[in-house]
Design a protein around this ligand. Structure first.
Ligand code: GUN
Length: 286
């Protein structure tokens, strides 16, 4: 029987702890406060930011979404980031990605003070991740952190396993390759120029797909004798408005040991990681 790796039991098991920690902080006069800057009207970004706000407020924290026009100039954007992130009692600040075309060359992570960078995208936080430094003064990128939380929860070992990551984005693939290497997994990081992708996927114990291409991973990539685990990071919308992952779930699920669904898999764990990072930032101010 294929195991479907749902986020729900993980969220349920960690929710109470998070809520209790936030209540404790509030008794000490600290309300964890996240500010999200949303530029333009990307429908997916609007949904993600709303979900972040709902989850953080549900835990007792504070989250405001600041929305600015998609055609904003670079100068106005930089000024906005500077003023919004210099609020005194703020614990976390993030810029929802992707940015509109005229701003897409900007290294958004580096505009954020490292101590507020609960997304883990500032060079300082990335550097600490690369060095394998796990401490309360730095933040790990949320989706990679959520993936490792899921593997740990379902007792899927990482040490010594072959982990094939497809997609080399900073926010997922590159950060995740560092995080998994730190956990003693053997990482193969594949991307659009990789030759013979099937060779790498067939050799993997765990395949993680994060390329934003609906139903990309198919049965011909698999090696059923390895009882593989498939982690699907993709959130794509079909023309009919249905959410589709980067994995051809219905066909692939027959040939693997375990697989994450979309929706209900990695997406909610990214938000859970964000809340954990925000709590960490707020606890530091005590
Ligand atoms: N867009 C999609 N995922 C993320 C994320 O984790 N952080 C930010 N800032 N933007 C995103």
């Amino acid at each position: 029987m294929t195991r479907i790796l749902y986020a729900r039991p993980i969220k349920e098991s960690l929710h109470l702890n998070l809520k209790t920690s936030i209540q404790k902080l509030k008794k000490n006069g600290v309300v964890p406060w996240l500010r999200v800057l949303l530029v333009g009207n990307n429908p997916a970004s609007e949904v993600y930011t709303k979900n972040k706000k709902k989850f953080i407020e549900g835990l007792g924290g504070k989250c405001d979404i600041i929305h600015i026009e998609g055609d904003t100039t670079e100068q106005h954007f930089r000024e906005k980031v500077r003023s919004l992130s210099s609020e005194k009692d703020l614990h976390g600040f993030l810029i929802q990605l992707p940015l509109p075309k005229q701003l897409s060359h900007i290294d958004a992570g580096n505009l954020i003070p490292p101590s507020l960078d609960v997304d883990g995208l500032n060079s300082l936080n990335m550097g600490e991740l690369l060095k394998g430094n796990v401490h309360k003064n730095s933040f790990c990128a949320c989706t990679p952190k959520g993936i490792v939380t899921l593997l740990d929860y379902y007792d899927i070992p990482i040490i010594g396993k072959n982990i094939c990551i497809i997609g080399r984005s900073l926010i997922v693939g590159k950060s995740l390759s560092a995080l998994i290497t730190n956990r003693n997994g053997t990482v193969t990081l594949c991307h659009s120029k990789t030759k013979n992708l099937e060779y790498h996927t067939a050799n993997a114990d765990i395949i993680i797909v994060a390329i934003g291409s609906p139903k990309f991973l198919k049965t011909h990539h698999l090696n059923p004798s390895k009882k593989q685990t498939i982690i699907d990071v993709g959130i794509n919308k079909s023309q009919q408005g249905k959410l589709l992952g980067d994995v051809d779930f219905e066909n692939v699920k027959e040939s693997v040991a375990a697989i994450t669904p979309v929706p209900g898999g990695i997406g909610p764990l990214t938000i859970l990681s964000l809340a954990q990072n925000l709590l960490q930032a707020a606890e530091k101010t005590l």
